[in-house]
Design a binder for this molecule. Structure first.
Ligand SMILES: Cc1ncc(COP(=O)(O)O)c(C=O)c1O
Length: 382
C-alpha cells in the first residue's frame, strides 16, 4: 500500500473545503448554457436557497469572482471617493477592506485590533462619536486569526450611535457556520464565498444589500463596470445574470442549498460548532493552544508548542499524511496552524488529523473518546 492509499487526501483548510460526492457528480453532469430555461430554473432555486441561508428578504446576488470581488463590489457600490469610512482591522482580511477603500480614494480610518482578539465595543463607540462615517466595514470571522467579532452588538451600537452609517460585513467564513440573520441584525451588506460553507469550489461569491444600502448604491460614485450591482439586479429581475455564469458551479450550489434547507441551517451551524469544539479540545490535548480569545466555529487557529515550527508541522502533514491545513500569515508565520471545519468535513478527516498530530507531536490522544465526540456532531451529507 503506498502512502497516498494509506492516507487519502483530506482537505481541512479554512477554504476551499471538501466538496460532497453528490455535489461533485451534480457539477459534472453537463455544462448548460447560462441563457436557457433549464439554467434559469436552477438559478432561481439558488437565489431562493441563498435568501434562506442569508436569512433575508433581500435578493442575494451571485457574482462570478472570488470573495474579494464581493468585497470590492461592497465598497464601490455603497461608497464614493472622498467618503469617510471606518474599518475594523484585526488581521489580513481587515487589511484588505482598508486597501480596497483606499484604492478608490475613500478616506479610511481604522480600528487596529490586536490579532487574535475581537474588537473592543468601547473603542468602536468612541470612534463613532468622532465623526459621521458613511460606512463601517468588518469581518464577521477574521480568518487569518480565526477570530469572531460580536457582530450583533456592533450593529446595535452603530444603529444607536450613528444611525445613518451603513454596516458592511465580510461573512465569507461565517455565513452557514453560525447564526447571522441579516435582516434581524440590520446588516447593510453581507458577503460570502462559494469555497467555504457552501461546499463548492472557489469561483463564486454572494452579496446582499439592505434597502438602505441600495439607496446608497444609487448615488455612489466609485467607478464600476463588472461589479455594478444595479446592472446585475436588473438582469436578475429578468431571471438572468448580467454576464456569463459558470453554470456547473451554480448547479452544485443549488444541490448544496437544497440539502442545507432539508437539514436546516441550525444543523449546519451545529456541525460546524461541534467540530470546532472537538478541534479546540483535542488540539489542546495534543499540546497546542487555542490562539484566539474569541474563537470561531468555522476555523480554529492553534498555537504550536514551543520548539515546534508551525510551518514545518503543516508541511509534514501535507507531505507525510496527505492532509492540508493552513499555517499562519505575517506575524503569525510559523506560530500557528489553522484548521477549517466548515461544511462537509468528515469525521474521518478529523480523526486522521488528530491521529497524525498525536504521531508527530508524540502525545497520546484517546481515539475512542475522539470518535465518540465526533459521532455526536450532526451529519450534513450521508
Ligand atoms: C474572511 C475572508 N475574507 C476574504 C477572503 C478572500 O476571499 P477569496 O480568496 O475568495 O477572494 C477570505 C478568503 O479566505 C476570507 O476568509
Amino acid at each position: 500500500m503506498n502512502q497516498t492509499q494509506k492516507w487519502p487526501y483530506r482537505l481541512l483548510a479554512p477554504g476551499p473545503v471538501p466538496v460532497p460526492k453528490a455535489v461533485m457528480s451534480k457539477m459534472s453532469e453537463k455544462v448548460l448554457h447560462h441563457r436557457t430555461p433549464e439554467f434559469e430554473k436552477i438559478l432561481a432555486e439558488s437565489w431562493r436557497g441563498l435568501k434562506y441561508v442569508f436569512n433575508t428578504e433581500q435578493s442575494v446576488q451571485i457574482l462570478t469572482g472570488t470573495g474579494t470581488s464581493a468585497m470590492e463590489a461592497a465598497v464601490i457600490n455603497i461608497c464614493s471617493p472622498g467618503d469617510e469610512v471606518l474599518v475594523i482591522v484585526s488581521g489580513k482580511f481587515g487589511e484588505r477592506w482598508a486597501e480596497i477603500c483606499q484604492r478608490y480614494g475613500i478616506k479610511t480610518e481604522t480600528i487596529e485590533v490586536e490579532w487574535g482578539q475581537a474588537v473592543n465595543l468601547d473603542l468602536l463607540a468612541a470612534a463613532l462619536k468622532t465623526k459621521k462615517f458613511s460606512a463601517v466595514f468588518s469581518q464577521v470571522c477574521e480568518t487569518s486569526t480565526a477570530t469572531l467579532h460580536p457582530i450583533q452588538k456592533m450593529s446595535e451600537l452603530i444603529r444607536r450611535e450613528s444611525p445613518g452609517t451603513l454596516f458592511a460585513v465580510d461573512a465569507i467564513t461565517a455565513v452557514g457556520c453560525l447564526p447571522l440573520p441579516m435582516d434581524d441584525w440590520q446588516l447593510d451588506v453581507v458577503i460570502a464565498g462559494s469555497q467555504k460553507a457552501f461546499m463548492i469550489p472557489t469561483g463564486l461569491s454572494f452579496i446582499a444589500l439592505s434597502e438602505r444600502a441600495w439607496t446608497a448604491q444609487k448615488t455612489s460614485k466609485c467607478p464600476k463596470y463588472y461589479l455594478d450591482l444595479a446592472l446585475e439586479k436588473k438582469a436578475n429581475l429578468k431571471n438572468e445574470t448580467h454576464f456569463s455564469t459558470p453554470t456547473p458551479l451554480v448547479s452544485g450550489l443549488t444541490a448544496v442549498l437544497n440539502r442545507i434547507q432539508e437539514v436546516g441551517l441550525g444543523q449546519v451551524a451545529a456541525r460546524c460548532e461541534a467540530l470546532a469544539g472537538v478541534t479546540r479540545e483535542f488540539g489542546e490535548r495534543a499540546g497546542l493552544k487555542v490562539y484566539s480569545t474569541s474563537p470561531s466555529p468555522s476555523v480554529t487557529a492553534l498555537r504550536t508548542p514551543a520548539g515546534t515550527d508551525g510551518a514545518g508541522l503543516r508541511d509534514w502533514l501535507e507531505r507525510e499524511r496527505n492532509i492540508t491545513i493552513m499555517g499562519g500569515q505575517d506575524q503569525l508565520k510559523g506560530k500557528i496552524v489553522r484548521v477549517g471545519h466548515m461544511g462537509d468535513v468528515r469525521n474521518e478527516d478529523m480523526s486522521a488529523l488528530f491521529e497524525s498530530l498525536s504521531d508527530k507531536l508524540e502525545v497520546k490522544i484517546d481515539s475512542t473518546d475522539l470518535e465518540t465526540r465526533l459521532a455526536q456532531a450532526p451529519v450534513l451529507f450521508p
